[in-house]
Write a protein that binds this ligand. Sequence first.
Ligand SMILES: Nc1ncnc2c1ncn2[C@@H]1O[C@H](COP(=O)(O)OP(=O)(O)O)[C@@H](O)[C@H]1O
Ligand SMILES: [Mg+2]
Length: 362
Amino acid sequence: MTTGIELRDLRKLYDGHGATAWAVDGVNMRIGQGQFVTLLGPSGCGKTTTLRMIAGFETPTSGQILRDGIDITDQPVSDRDMRMVFQDFALFPNMTVAENVAFGLRTRRMKGRFSDAEIRRKVAEHLDLVHLGSHAGKRPHQLSGGQKQRVSLARALVTDPDVVLFDEPLGSLDAHLRKVMQIELIRLHRELNKTFIYVTHDQDEAMAMSDAIAVMNVGKVMQFGTPREIYDRPASRYVASFIGHAHIVDAVVAESRSDGLMVRLGNGEVVSLAQPAKVASGQSVGLMLRAEDLSLARPGEGELHGQVADSLYRGEYIEYVVELTGNAGLVHVHEPTDLPPFAHGAPVALKVNAQKAHVVEA
Ligand SMILES: Nc1ncnc2c1ncn2[C@@H]1O[C@H](COP(=O)(O)OP(=O)(O)O)[C@@H](O)[C@H]1O
Ligand SMILES: [Mg+2]
């Protein structure tokens, strides 16, 4: 038996949406017990619909959801032992923080399970868990956005669900608070040993927090893997450009060997890659060149050549935009700020990290 959640060919067609517009279009995925898995993709790609089907709020048009090997596709929401955290917090404005958290323990399903004293103890314990111990008596309007999200987290966790589902929970917070809350969520996941299924369109957030990421597009999973696999070895041009803003240059495979690859750009220059790929000689590919995998050198000292089109001082590094010779494409390069700068228009060479450069479908 596999423990965890399995999605089998899951599909959803909303009524009145035309016969072809699948919101979710054949999603397969295994989410191991205790994993932190993120559904990542642009708005409208089917993330929320997938999450709501897992929770039981939406009925799949076809396909199955299994939990520890048992089909739960038709199981009611209240039997699933899952809780959802929403972007808009969904707190009750007329209840105090403590009452909001206690609410989950006072539902019809939970009624009679806990004494008032036990409820008080659990609420206090969970408010401490999210560092809100001293705010128990406040009402939601007296809290900051980050504190409100902590209340909704505590409310989800207080019933001790096996699975916690998050739908863009940090989406309405500012950038700084989002980072703080990301670290909080990682801590909670580590401490609580629950399965977290998380939805976001923010790739940095997905990369930083997840054990595995499902990159989605138009209702489909384009790639499912660890953040490192997805970042270093994107399976397609779509994934490469969605994650880490890769620059992709058109090229043709000059040589494909078991220990590596050589590709030729439109301008005739050749780049060697250390990773073998399933591509044949003569095939058109996209050469993925990330800024951190390139470095600038004097002309003649690297495998590619070009001209500095722009340079942007980013504080941590200088970002150069380099136009490759022969209109072969634009790449971005990050250079340390303490090196002598390259002037606008200067001819430069580019060294390519053969271990990190990667080819994707043309
Ligand atoms: N209740 C609904 N009725 C009809 N169409 C919907 C409904 N919810 C979502 N959709 C459509 O399904 C697609 C996927 O939506 P959604 O799952 O919300 O995507 P995401 O969360 O990735 O932004 C979109 O085209 C959206 O317009
Ligand atoms: Mg959504």
